[in-house]
Design a protein around this ligand. Structure first.
Ligand SMILES: Cc1ncc(COP(=O)(O)O)c(C=O)c1O
Length: 400
């Protein structure tokens, strides 16, 4: 018998070598208690959370929590069925209406996760003989959507408008083309030049899908994302998003003005062949989305937090993923996995949780300490965070 697990041996060995040094496993942390969107108890210690996607701090919003409890009481714990059979409740329609209102778009389709939204929409709309042109640093769910479908895949260099244009011009003019972009790329926290990319895509006859997972709620005047901020939202054919970040629960969606959009409900396998979200989840999502429409003050405070942390980390001597703060994500670049893991652990001892990110999730083989800010981090907390980075950085010789 050939052991099918032998392909994982190099990863098992790397992990064992790292843990033999006595390091806490960075990928097995337990949140013993979560006190608020910014504080949890980990290993018995009060820990500031700087590695969640809770950008707008909605997880403990009293209206959101109350809506979830009410739906749980009135509709039960789950739907036990697909959206196309018994799994569409009034709450799912209300959630889709909230999305249509939020984006001012004609159609909205809620999936069970953002991963499934990308998987479903990309694999369904780009078929055999079509082309998907995508940024090479695209999220795994975008690549998996490509793998599930039958289209030809054409990657281009990250955020490079000329590279995108060259690829598009080489493709047969009569072929169907879908350009897939993200508003904010979650590893380095950098923003896509959507204005130019959408223009180039349209000039070359392509439809455009933008995944705004890391920008919804925060970026753009109404929090609709980078496409809104750069004035091209009306030219984008499909926006993909998730409830697992700014919305503060779980679920995914696609919004669009395409007149034939609704047919996707019958042909999109990751929508049809899975159970729909529980009533409590869609109720919390709908309430949160409606509150996000009216959150300009929180957006402004989150930008302040992002600028303060970026400037402070830079002043301490850390190398960051972007020259300027572009989103709520600030990536601290580590020289290697061992140093990154040591720094991650030192921060945890100080009382700070960040994400340790490593290949294959990261671009160019980088090890990153990814910091993601929340609109509910106070000015004092950002000060505390910088103090912890200073102490951990010196203890691990990352800074002098
Ligand atoms: C860009 C992007 N798209 C999609 C997803 C998937 O979202 P979900 O957590 O809802 O599956 C993520 C999650 O990390 C993401 O970063």
């Amino acid at each position: 018998m050939i052991d099918l697990f032998s392909k994982f041996d190099p990863l098992i060995e790397q992990r064992e070598t790292l843990l033999e040094t006595g390091l806490t496993d960075p990928f097995n942390l337990v949140m013993e208690k979560v006190e608020s969107p910014t504080v949890a108890i980990c290993n018995g210690n009060r820990t500031i959370l700087l590695g969640t996607y809770n950008y707008m701090g909605m997880t403990f919003d009293p209206d959101v929590v109350a809506a979830g409890k009410q739906a749980l009481d009135e509709f039960g714990s789950g739907t036990t069925g697909s959206r196309v059979l018994n799994g569409t409740y009034a709450g799912h329609k209300a959630c889709e209406q909230a999305l249509k209102d939020f984006y001012a778009m004609d159609h909205a389709m809620v999936f069970s996760t953002g991963y499934q939204a990308n998987l479903g929409v990309i694999s369904t709309i780009a078929g055999k003989d079509d082309y998907i042109i995508l940024d090479i640093d695209s999220h795994a769910s975008i690549y998996d959507g490509c793998a599930l479908g039958n289209a030809q895949i054409v990657p281009f260099r990250h955020n490079d408008v000329d590279a995108l244009e060259k690829r598009l011009k080489r493709l047969p003019p009569e072929a169907g083309k879908l350009v897939v972009l993200e508003g904010v790329y979650s590893m380095l926290g950098d923003v896509a030049p959507l204005k130019e990319m959408v223009r180039v895509s349209k000039e070359n006859g392509a439809m455009v899908l933008v995944d705004e997972a890391h920008s919804m709620g925060f970026i753009g005047e109404h929090g609709r994302g980078v496409a809104e901020a750069q004035g091209v939202i009306d030219d984008v054919d499909f926006i993909i998003g998730t409830f697992s970040k700014s919305v503060g629960t779980v679920g995914g969606f696609c919004v669009s003005n395409h007149p034939k959009f609704e047919i996707l409900r019958l042909v999109c396998r990751p929508y049809v062949f899975t159970a729909s979200l529980p009533p409590s989840v869609v109720a919390t999502a709908a309430t949160s989305i409606r509150k996000l429409m009216d959150s300009a003050d929180k957006r402004a405070h989150l930008w302040e937090n992002s600028k303060r942390l970026h400037a402070g980390l830079r002043q301490l001597g850390f190398t960051l993923g972007t020259d300027e703060p572009q989103s709520a994500i600030i990536a601290v670049i580590m020289p290697d996995l061992e140093t990154g893991a040591a720094m991650w652990e030192a921060l945890l001892h100080e009382g700070l949780y960040v994400n340790l990110a490593r290949p294959p999730a990261t671009p160019a083989g980088m090890t990153l300490l990814r910091c993601s800010l929340c609109a509910l981090h106070s000015e004092d907390q950002v000060g505390e965070i910088l103090g912890m980075f200073a102490a951990a950085g010196r203890a691990t010789n990352c800074i002098s």
